[in-house]
Write a protein that binds this ligand. Structure first.
Ligand SMILES: [Zn+2]
Length: 235
């Protein structure tokens, strides 16, 4: 698999940035987009025809993870294409706005294969129904937590993944129990406990300090990197 970070900003896109969007292409040519937040579609267009995706997985219906589906729908309408979406089937208004001929929206809990990639999901703790996603191909696996405010239920799900892309929105000083996200230190503790090979911290708000978050993560788990638009990693 090859991961390309399309966007990784938390809450809203910074200047010329994009919110959550991670393109994973398999060696067989299949591809899946994990989340489609604000700013993602424009950057994805620079890489590929979005209609050629095998599917889009939406971890949860917050706008910074799913709002570009609204304009992707127009693209599909104009080009008379249809895409499969796996997402939580809750009562989100954004989900209702996405219902139409252009998307075949399926329950994320039912997904088990996309293209040649095996897919499993795990519900996580967030302010709305939300899931972490694990993709596996040729013995390599990638886990994306989406947004989550607890990590102990994720240790087994992330076990020995080759790459963990983890919500790390806040510094230790900023974090408190009522925030619906993890700190960089907590993301690194999850990486260490799950014995993953590499950690990518993500979902830093544009107001945050990516360098200090990465320092906090590396103090706990050395093999940590910070997500950045355009960053590519081969697994
Ligand atoms: Zn969220």
């Amino acid at each position: 698999m090859e991961l390309t970070v399309i966007g990784c900003d938390g809450a809203y896109p910074g200047a010329n940035g994009a919110c959550s969007g991670y393109l994973v292409r398999s060696r067989s040519g299949g591809s899946v987009l994990l989340d489609c937040g604000s700013g993602v579609l424009s950057k994805l267009m620079a890489l590929m025809d979005p209609a050629l995706l095998d599917a889009i997985v939406i971890t949860h219906w917050h706008n910074d993870h799913a709002s570009d589906l609204l304009v992707l729908r127009y693209y599909l309408l104009i080009h008379q294409k249809k895409l499969t979406i796996y997402a939580p089937l809750d009562d989100s208004p954004l989900l209702q706005l996405c219902r139409g001929e252009e998307f075949d929206i399926k329950d994320i809990a039912q997904v088990n294969v996309i293209g040649s990639m095996a897919v499993s999901v795990q519900s996580v703790a967030h302010s709305v129904p939300a899931y972490a996603v694990r993709l596996t191909e040729n013995g390599k696996s990638l886990v994306y937590t989406g947004d989550t405010d607890r990590w102990k239920n994720l240790t087994d799900f992330c076990r020995q993944a080759d790459l963990l892309i983890c919500d790390a929105s806040f510094s230790t000083d900023q974090w408190h129990e009522k925030l619906p996200h993890l700190s960089a230190q907590q993301a690194a503790m999850l990486a260490r406990e799950a014995q993953v090979k590499g950690l990518m911290i993500t979902h830093c708000p544009p107001t945050g300090d990516r360098h200090s978050l990465l320092r906090e993560a590396r103090a706990v788990f050395a093999d940590s990197v910070s997500a950045a638009p355009g960053l590519r990693l081969a697994l």
